[in-house]
Design a protein around this ligand. Structure first.
Ligand SMILES: Cc1ncc(COP(=O)(O)O)c(C=O)c1O
Length: 398
């Protein structure tokens, strides 16, 4: 058969990095590369019990469901959002197969080939892939520790007339940043003035370290959801378990309705078994106490990794101390290309994700993303020893 694939598949081409990371599978390589939550904190017993409660309700639980998602879970989530100062009714909410699908559905209904989407420098790799698969033109906006540079945002809006901006303002992937309130307000006001829709992606917002007050989402700063300039998505992946593949998206009801139509064409609906189990979890399990446990555990792991970073004398080493989330963003001397470093690191038995993968354009090659949630602390110590050896090898070859 002469297979004639669509042009779209080129946007799913496997990157060199993924090829290297594939080599780590099944070997004794310590991976700081994945974006994995720690299995130790999956509430296994509570999830089992939740599924049993669903099964006890009889055969109808196995039937097809609404594309919008299981109504009682949407009600639970509206109450959850209200706790965070976010207004949403069930008609403004769609349940998705992870927040990854929410990104895809919004791109499907909003983006024509060639439309410009503004993204952070750096941004989430898999969102870049989604937007590219819809043939969007991605332009990145300069960022610092407080979020997007608003002057650069205005300049790029004037120059490129974007239709949408995609941001992860709370404990971002990959940079672990938390945008200031001023930047959140500033971005909202600039985007509203210019008719640019904001997609706020918030998978990590609950994983806040310390006792500080949570930062309001950009969505909550707008007078939404009706007519809002912000579409907000989040997920159970980091606070319960990613295997349940359940995310949610809220926004103006017309936007949500169109996303629902796109979802109907894509997969009819996400797993109602998972959604029903999550409803039971809300009813019979203290999710907020569980989140508090994860936050504390992840903060301890983050502090452990920061201590190790402080002990290194790597040339040009700097990092952003995360206030939450799952990643530390590290920069090395400009002369160090971390994609080259990864090859040596894998030989030494450690992996990370080189920073260049997270740029939509003009990658910064001397950066890398380290995950601190998944690997246990004794192995992280070993991982740093191996990374140190890889860097020494690299110095010898330059
Ligand atoms: C920034 C960001 N958005 C979205 C997702 C997708 O998460 P899920 O589809 O599991 O909800 C991830 C996963 O790591 C992420 O880091």
């Amino acid at each position: 058969m002469d297979y004639r694939f669509s042009d779209t598949i080129n946007s799913f081409e496997s990157s060199a990095v993924r090829e290297i990371l594939k080599l780590t599978q099944g070997k004794s390589i310590i991976s700081l590369a994945g974006g994995l939550p720690n299995e130790q904190y999956f509430p296994l017993d509570a999830v089992r019990e939740a599924f049993l409660r669903v099964f006890e309700q009889g055969r109808q639980v196995l039937q097809y469901g609404l594309t919008e998602g299981y109504t009682p879970l949407r009600e639970d989530l509206c109450a959850h959002l209200a706790r965070k100062g976010m207004k949403a009714e069930i008609d403004n909410m769609l349940l998705t197969t992870g927040s990854q699908q929410a990104i895809d559905l919004l791109a499907r209904i909003y983006i024509n080939p060639g439309d410009v989407i503004l993204v952070e420098r750096p941004t989430y790799l898999a969102a870049i892939q989604v937007f590219q698969s819809h043939q969007a033109r991605l332009i990145s906006v300069d960022c610092d520790e407080d979020g997007m540079n608003l002057d650069d945002l205005e300049r790029k809006i004037r120059q490129y007339k974007p239709k949408m901006a995609y941001v992860i303002p709370t404990f971002s992937n990959p940079a672990g940043k938390m945008w200031s309130l001023e930047r959140r307000r500033g971005m909202l006001s600039i985007c509203k003035r210019n008719g640019v829709l904001i997609l706020e992606d918030d998978p990590y917002g609950e994983l806040r370290f310390g006792d500080g007050e949570p930062m309001p989402s950009i969505y909550s700063l707008d007078d939404g959801p009706q007519g809002s300039a912000v579409v907000y998505t989040s997920t159970f992946s980091k606070i319960v378990a990613p295997a349940l593949r359940t995310g949610w998206v809220v926004g103006d009801s017309t936007v949500i309705r169109n996303m629902t139509r796109a979802k109907q064409a894509a997969d009819l609906h996400s797993s109602t078994m998972d959604q029903q189990a999550l409803h039971q979890l809300f009813a019979h399990f203290d999710l907020y106490a569980h989140i508090a446990v994860i936050r504390e555990a992840y903060e301890a792991r983050m502090r452990g990794m920061l201590e190790l970073l402080k002990q290194q004398s790597w040339e040009g080493l700097s990092w952003i101390e995360p206030k939450g989330g799952m990643f530390i963003w590290v920069e090395l001397a400009e002369s160090i290309d971390t994609q080259e470093l990864l090859k040596l690191a894998v030989q030494e038995g450690v992996a990370f994700v080189p920073g260049a993968s997270f740029y939509a354009d003009e990658p910064k090659r001397n950066s890398m993303r380290l995950n601190f949630t998944h690997t246990d602390s004794d192995m992280v110590v070993l991982a740093f020893e191996r990374l140190d050896r890889a860097l020494s090898k690299m110095r010898q070859t330059v």
